[in-house]
Design a protein around this ligand. Structure first.
Ligand code: MG
Length: 379
């Protein structure tokens, strides 16, 4: 262990989030960013493409797929490695090629201190517009590294109570009634189910699930409803069916219609497609009851943390969601989950070739460990 890490460990500075800035300056003044060799330590970013194998064919409007491309990143610093990941489902516009192009531009050599998250992330963000998943992969690796330096998981550094993690929802795909019933029974350990609506058979889908279980249901319409009165009628019916909230009921562009829905709806209306980054939150607070934060949309853990705090300050509900991801990005998102109202972190449960182990779902509840950083290890 380096002198610097010993310093943090034994000085007690590693213990809590409130003193983190102090401990950062403490590193600078009481120890140096020098390796034992005397050379300054520097951060090295590595990345490699990886294809996630889905356990079941994933079908959206016009296409089906059995894999999701991701980019796995690592930042090495002073003998420690922080892990990160970019997940890039094709409909969002990023790819392993665009991520490789972006990550090739990243040069962390001018930063000698990984704790300067604000500066490093501003630099990453300045390299190109967009590329949110690629940016998230650096941000997550950086957070993992910093957590490992101070030997604490991020939920602790953020001051969150790990017993307050929510249950994660588990998505039941649209299918024939017989298959839906089988899927619901297979999802036995999950306490909340998530259903994608926005088609002709919305009521049939809910009735089918209700024929086999009383569990609460979250509904995601993915902008599918076109008429606000029809949407309100449907939400009023869903409220009688044990539905908890409705995500992105209409097009993100139908701002006035959604604001009207939120005002009249008996259920919370959550913005997902409409809320990408922190700059969308203030406007969303006038339209939605809450927001769905995803690391791959907002550029990583630091922005997700800021978004969650801003949304709460504005009186909004907060949900944390995901793409199809390994336990790396899922565990990173899970660190934030104790401060959210709802979590939809089932992405790693849908793949067969996860190379990490991290956050577990125990009896439906997200369960954080004491592992430092984002709380993962290689399988
Ligand atoms: Mg959604």
């Amino acid at each position: 262990m380096s002198n610097r890490r010993n310093f943090l460990k034994y000085s007690g500075l590693a213990a809590g989030s409130l003193i983190l800035p102090v401990s950062v300056s403490g590193i600078e003044t009481n120890a140096t960013n020098k390796k034992k060799s005397g050379k300054p330590a520097s951060m090295k970013l590595r990345f490699r493409p990886y294809d996630l194998q889905l356990n079941h064919v994933f079908t959206i409007a016009n296409s089906s797929r059995t894999t999701t491309p991701v980019m796995l990143t690592e930042i090495e610093y002073d003998g420690l490695i922080g892990y990160g990941e970019a997940s890039m489902p094709p409909y969002l516009g990023e790819s392993q090629k665009t991520a490789a192009e972006f990550l090739s531009k990243v040069d962390l050599s001018s930063f000698s201190d990984p704790f300067e998250l604000e500066d490093i992330i501003a630099y990453i963000d300045s390299l190109a517009i967009g590329n949110h998943a690629a940016k998230a992969s650096v941000d997550i690796a950086l957070h993992d590294l910093v957590g490992k330096i101070v030997q604490q998981p991020w939920h602790k550094l953020w001051g969150l109570n790990r017993t307050k993690t929510p249950n994660t929802s588990f998505t039941i795909g649209i299918d024939t009634p017989e298959v839906v019933k089988v899927k619901v029974r297979e999802a036995d350990i999950y306490k909340i189910l998530k259903v994608k609506l926005g088609r002709e058979n919305d009521k049939e889908m809910i009735k089918t699930i209700r024929s086999v279980t009383d569990k609460p249901i979250c509904v995601d319409v993915n902008q599918g409803w076109k008429d606000k009165q029809m949407a309100l009628d449907m939400i009023q019916w869903l409220a009688t069916q044990g539905v908890v909230f409705v995500e992105q009921p209409m097009s993100k562009l139908a701002v006035d219609d959604i604001a009207w829905l939120t005002e009249n709806s008996p259920l919370p209306i959550i913005g997902d497609e409409a809320v990408q980054t922190i700059s969308d939150v203030a406007a969303a607070s006038k339209i939605y009851s809450g927001i769905n934060i995803k690391l791959m949309k907002c550029g990583g853990m630091r922005n997700a943390w800021k978004m969650a705090n801003l949304a709460k300050a504005l009186g909004m509900k907060v949900m944390i969601g995901c793409m199809t991801e390994t336990s790396c990005a899922i565990s990173a998102a899970a660190q934030l989950s104790p401060m959210t109202d709802w979590a939809d972190l089932d992405g790693n449960l849908l793949i067969g070739n996860d190379i990490y182990e991290g956050t577990k779902v125990v009896n439906g509840k997200i369960t954080l460990s004491d592992l430092p950083g984002i709380g993962i290890r290689l399988k």
